[in-house]
Design a protein around this ligand. Sequence first.
Ligand SMILES: O=P(O)(O)O[C@H]1O[C@H](CO)[C@@H](O)[C@H]1O
Length: 288
Amino acid sequence: IYIHDEYQKTADWLMSQTKHRPQVAIICGSGLGMLADTLKCQDSFAYSDIPGFPQSTVQGHAGRLVFGELKGKTCVCMQGRFHMYEGHSLCKVVRVFKLLGVDTLIVTNAAGSLADGLQPGDIMVIKDHVNFPGMGGLNPLTGPNDDKFGPRFPAMSGCYDKGLRCVAMEVAKQLGVANIMQEGVYAMVGGPNFESIAEARLLHRLGVDAVGMSTAPEVVVATHCGLRVFGLSLITNKVVKSYEDSESVNHDGVLEVGRLRSHTVQQLVTELISRMEINNNTTTDNVA
Ligand SMILES: O=P(O)(O)O[C@H]1O[C@H](CO)[C@@H](O)[C@H]1O
């Protein structure tokens, strides 16, 4: 879907099917879809039944939109995301969430670590990103700008909300998992192949802490339309940087670490949502 009226049609259809009016949207990363299962009073929709919605095709991404309550806040959860490598036009369904009245977007992903201090099973709170496809022109905001959503030239400094990052670190302390959590920079590459050793070394030298194949377009679209964003990467593997290293990464291994840490990620996100203050966005201030 491309134009405002089409996003609006999708939002109107969803509002006719559920009484929930979400304040928080959550996008679940590979193997992290169980977050959606914890929502209370659920209404859920297969992507294939939602007018204007693309389909998700990757194992570990169920393809359902789930509405429900979490710690007194109304949430909508994408159990399954759309990746550029699936051939989707870059993900703009976040705009539907804006039209539903959402104030805050939470993105989670599985990522490989380049930083020596980040081990599989660790959680990286995303401080900033490098949007490699975006910098090269594969940007979800390419095309005529829709002023109803946001400006032609949106700033991206500060796109990962500092306040929410601080709260997340406090929550980690409270849950006793501060030792596995730190902030870092996420880089998006196009995929679907994992990095070559030379590419991994390049990313490392550029100061990237973790790499994956998603998230940046979602955050660009969210920031453009004025949503507050929090993001975290579950580190599922170390990216191979040495020609002496005989290990190699695969998607099943990524999903397995997701399963092992799913409970911790779910606790963190739940507690963060519980503590966050919501700016009532029902008038969708940025949207005419
Ligand atoms: O970013 P998410 O959806 O968590 O998935 C990550 O895991 C997959 C590779 O195993 C890729 O799709 C990568 O982007």
